[in-house]
Design a binder for this molecule. Sequence first.
Ligand SMILES: NC(=O)c1ccc[n+]([C@@H]2O[C@H](COP(=O)([O-])OP(=O)(O)OC[C@H]3O[C@@H](n4cnc5c(N)ncnc54)[C@H](OP(=O)(O)O)[C@@H]3O)[C@@H](O)[C@H]2O)c1
Length: 338
Amino acid sequence: MPANQQILLDNRPDGEATVNNFKLVTTQTPALADGQVLVRHHFLSLDPYMRGRMNDSKSYAASQPLGEVMIGGTVGEVAESKNPKFQPGDKVVGMGGWQEYSVVDAAQPGALRKVDTTHVPLSHYLGAVGMPGVTAWYGLVKLINPKAGDTVVVSAATGAVGSAFGALAKARGCRAVGIAGGPEKCKYAVEELGFDACVDYKLHKDAHSLSKALKEACPDGIDGYFENVGGMVLDAVLLRMNAFGRIAVCGMIAGYDGKPMPLANPALLLVNRIRLEGFIIAEHMEVWPEALTELGQLVGSGKLRPRESVAQGIAAAPEAFLGLLKGKNFGKQLVKLI
Ligand SMILES: NC(=O)c1ccc[n+]([C@@H]2O[C@H](COP(=O)([O-])OP(=O)(O)OC[C@H]3O[C@@H](n4cnc5c(N)ncnc54)[C@H](OP(=O)(O)O)[C@@H]3O)[C@@H](O)[C@H]2O)c1
């Protein structure tokens, strides 16, 4: 059995996470038992939720245990199988973690899913046609529930979730407006992702200034907001929400290091009769098939052309992950392992 490089969570961060929270080790992959499959990972997904798992505090999911392989989504190829449903060479998506290989009890429901790479590249099953894409779909379709002509806004617009949100919103006839960090990301949002406008939040030092820019980009106000960031961005959007607007709270990445993020003017929720709802996509497995079908069609037809930031080799994962938390990624952050 092959040697396997793995990244463990070695200790918990105090404030900002650092590379010293992780440890690279090499182990031997164990021999397979009946029903098991050995998967060679081609790509590891890096996602903001992993920062929350590094803490030891109460949350919607259990903490990442110390000394164990970091949790993470993976796509790869079956290298060896003692399960009749999987053959060597099958392309699969699973939760293999920050390592080069995983041994999977493939009989467990949902542990390993075969994917078709005829029209969709394997890596996209970790992004637009995977968990981040379904997340965008759920927030837009089930929580914001827009009608054609509505203005919908998303923060972290060029990321894995945000870019899928833009394509899904355009497919529903909405005015789609992104908020992103920097001129290059905003240009890409409009020219490549099809957003009608994109506001660079880094040009604004406070919520009032950002909200003026949002007024220009959203002349009819904002009917739906997909929140990925929190802090000043949320304060600015709240100033522009229309009456009976909907806010899908997906992420609050600006606060993942534990700094409090007070809301400047919560009375706006009442004044504008806003419906605001947080969600965790793993709790809505019922929408995955429908969402993945639409996302696969958007990617297959070229209407959604997601960008990827690819780090090379497992040892690069911690640095790439810390970069993701600071917006150094451009599109879906992956680690290529072969
Ligand atoms: N609820 C769920 O089930 C669920 C599932 C998946 C993802 N999420 C959440 O969805 C959000 C997006 O995830 P993703 O995987 O698509 O990541 P991503 O957007 O590809 O990457 C994160 C982006 O967040 C932005 N960012 C980072 N720090 C920021 C700050 N202080 N202020 C403003 N923006 C900041 C950066 O973009 P800029 O350079 O444009 O600022 C960065 O590129 C995250 O909040 C994540 O936790 C939630």
